[in-house]
Design a protein around this ligand. Sequence first.
Ligand code: SAH
Ligand code: SF4
Ligand code: F3S
Length: 443
Amino acid sequence: MKKYFIKTFGCQMNVYDSQRIAAILETLGYTAAPSAPQADLVIFNTCHIREKAAEKVFSDLGRLEIIKQERAARGLDTVIGVVGCVVQAEDEQIAKRAPYVDFATGPLTYHRLPEILAKIGRCRGTTIIDTEFPAESKFDFLPPNRSEGGCSFVAIQEGCNNFCTYCVVPYTRGVETSRPVEDILTEARRLVDGGSLELNLLGQNVNSYHGEDAAGKERNLAYLLQRIHEIDGLRRIRYTTSYPADVDADLIACHRDLPKLMPYLHLPVQSGSDSVLKAMNRRHSAGQYLDIIGRLKAANPQLGFSSDFIVGFPGETDADFEATLDLVRQVGFIQAFSFKYSRRAGTPAALMPGQVEEKVKKQRLEILQNLLFSLQLKFNKESVDKVMPVLFDIKGRHKGELVGRSPWMQNVHAVLPASARNTIVKIRIKDANVNSLSGEPQD
Ligand code: SAH
Ligand code: SF4
Ligand code: F3S
């Protein structure tokens, strides 16, 4: 029986895609291998968002070539495939820099894997490349999704039309497309029947969702959330990643009206400076962002926010950076991701004047992260002595320990019987640090 191993880089959408690729391979008779050297087929699912992410793919591929040679010395054949966003952006580079790669397909064409694998048998020694933006939707060709535990992802939207000037995603994932309402509901029900208590609806710009319902009428994310909320047995709903300018009144009302919708929202702002936001081609100002946060908080005072930030965007001055720090203090984010601006070939910002020195980017990132970590620590410390429902889905490092997520996406550690895995347990929080909480079950 042939074995596969998939290594996933990048965002949650890639994690979802890797699960779907695994499902395709299993319909072809493959089983999962615990590591690359034990696999007949190794797939890297790649990310192109920053230079470091893309370069890591090439350095890890180098290691894979050695594994392929070692296996060949033992008489074992290894097929190497690369999928995901690096392929869409750098298909020729892959064939050139890593000619031992057998196939490369973009994030929208991996449903063609069965045909691609069949072709490889016939033409070893060349790299099969498929980076078409296909007319068909891959979702129509994938085997049914299955529940892998308490929390599952469901892709509802893919691609992005925003064209932020720093970002490769509109080029790698293509234009925005939304899956039909009924297809999503079918997948969601199947996952809940399979044991998922939490569904996380995914999209590059998830709140621009505009899929068709059974009658062919276009529906928004709020409608979809309401329909998903009706699923018996489902306990928690999240959605990610949202674009601030596309948060509408219907969506805000969901945070007031839908108890299963978790009180945590990832709403990237990128910068607190209006001139930087404009240069980034973001369709919102800092003031508009704060206004949306205010309306969301009014709808549900329990809501905690997280964000992404980019420091050192071309032209960013000290005053612009200070404006970001101000916005962070005003919102009081409970979690955040922050990055140094990375120049991506083919994006407009790569050619902008005023590229910021690496040293300055590094300093700004450190200052921003210190502020963000202090806010996160403050929020986590405030959780101590509170009792909260935690969905435990993974084993901890210590014996008898499980790790789960609080409603606010905090990692919570607790010693629990193994049977508590993939259930929701009320936990009294005893201790907190910047990255996690720990506590005990509350009887
Ligand atoms: N669709 C999502 C996520 C995009 S990628 C969104 O709009 O938020 C995740 C994050 O990576 C972005 O929010 C941004 O903060 C960061 N990012 C994107 N391109 C980048 C670049 N060229 N340099 C540094 N960070 C970048
Ligand atoms: Fe990239 Fe901007 Fe689209 Fe997010 S909204 S994926 S940052 S272009
Ligand atoms: Fe990376 Fe593509 Fe996701 S570039 S962040 S894997 S959409």
